[in-house]
Write a protein that binds this ligand. Sequence first.
Ligand code: FES
Length: 122
Amino acid sequence: MTDQSALKPHVPTYGPCSIRDLKPGEVKLWCTCGLSKNQPWCDGSHKGTSFRPLKWTVPEHNQTVYLICACKYTRCPPICDATHISLTSTIKNQIENCPLKQEHSNIGDKKLCQQCGFVPDW
Ligand code: FES
């Protein structure tokens, strides 16, 4: 089994999604790979990677809006903790210095580089 914390997801957007109308007790699957086209939730795009969605149960307290992380680097998933604010240069450096950089041009059906989050033509 792959250590999920060692994987580097793709950043679909550098900011959270404002989500309304969640029902307390409702179970959601939060996208951890960053490939879903239904951000911030899983659409099954992680298939073929080592990523797995995070199961999250909406808390019982009454809250109208949740800021759900869509950069995928929050430290308290799935809630945005503002990590996205200083993430741009980190991700740029991560991709620039990726040990698998030579393989990025030939990534094929692997979908993304799990070492740095690089995605061709996303
Ligand atoms: S969107 Fe990921 S921490 Fe804010």
